[in-house]
Design a protein around this ligand. Structure first.
Ligand code: 9D3
Length: 278
């Protein structure tokens, strides 16, 4: 039997690099469609992503398998009961291993790429509790949850889609999930900036041409032009991002150039060419 020394050397750290999720949801089928296709499907086949689904309904004892009930104090809608969720979590924790427990909730901390990165480095398996109806009995959050996460300020019908957002964003950061390392390298090139524009064949479509520089084969010039386009787009569409990003001296030169072009054009009362960036 042959083995590569490098693999042997890395083996003790492999477990750190996988993503494992235990999802508590009354709609487990919602996950299969998304996780059963494309990149995440392949990640699961390679053992890099493991998602297990737990339905609170399977942890009920009454004839109707009740997972919700009327709110104490009255009001609209139903509330998810505590016992079925407690029992689902208990069965997940039966192996005695430590877990990070997250609850998806509109009241949670707003999810960011930074949180995705920290979850991708998390050594523990991650439990995600998904709510439906008007909410979950408060005692779940009080006694069972480490972190409450929202994916943004808009209203969904439940936590399932939000949980998939987390799984998707974490899984792609696990080494080996994306086909090649190039996309990760490109992310560090563009870190904190918007993407540069992309083109593929044909070189001309309905009169719209691919920029000549991309056809030149001069990689140094191509990357300089892409960096410039990324900075230009960020300045126009998300100037807030430029506050946080670390820029090279060359970047700052580009930025000054773009800024002064615009100021010059404005003072001439013109529409700036660099503003026509869709
Ligand atoms: C009027 C009170 N509503 C809160 C905004 C009730 C309510 C609406 C929708 C309670 C739960 C939900 C379902 N949403 C989630 O479970 C959810 C969610 C979301 O709606 N937006 C962004 N992130 C998330 S994470 C979980």
């Amino acid at each position: 039997m042959t083995y590569k020394g490098r693999l042997l050397l890395n083996a003790p750290f492999d477990w750190l690099m996988n993503a494992g999720f235990d999802i508590i949801t009354i709609f487990p089928e919602m996950f299969s469609a998304y996780l059963g296709e494309s990149i995440l499907k392949r990640a699961a086949q390679k053992g890099l992503l493991d998602v297990k689904l737990f339905n609170p309904r399977d942890f009920t004892t009454d004839k109707h398998r009740t997972v919700d009930d009327y709110p104490y104090g009255g009001g609209a809608g139903m509330v998810m009961k505590v016992e079925p969720i407690y029992k689902a979590l208990d069965s997940i924790k039966a192996d005695g291993r430590d877990r990070l427990t997250i609850m998806m909730s509109p009241q949670g901390k707003q999810y960011t790429q930074g949180m995705a990165e920290s979850l991708s480095r998390e050594a523990r398996r991650v439990v995600i509790i998904c709510g439906r109806y008007e909410g979950i009995d408060e005692r779940v959050r009080e006694s069972l949850v480490d972190e409450e996460i929202s994916i943004g300020d808009y209203v969904l019908t439940g936590g399932e889609l939000a949980a998939l957002v987390i799984i998707d964003s974490v899984a792609r950061l696990v080494p080996g999930v994306l086909g090649d390392d190039d996309s990760v390298k490109e992310e560090s090139f563009s870190w904190g900036l918007l993407d540069y524009p992309h083109y593929t064949r044909p070189p001309e479509f309905m009169g719209m041409k691919v920029p000549d520089v991309l056809l030149s084969g001069n990689h140094k010039t191509i990357w300089k032009s892409r960096r410039r386009e990324a900075i230009k787009r960020t300045l126009l569409k998300r100037p807030d991002l430029l506050e946080k990003v670390s820029l090279s001296r060359e970047d700052i030169e580009i930025l000054n150039e773009l800024g002064s072009n615009r100021n010059a054009a404005e003072s001439r009362g013109e529409e700036d060419e660099s503003d026509t960036c869709n």
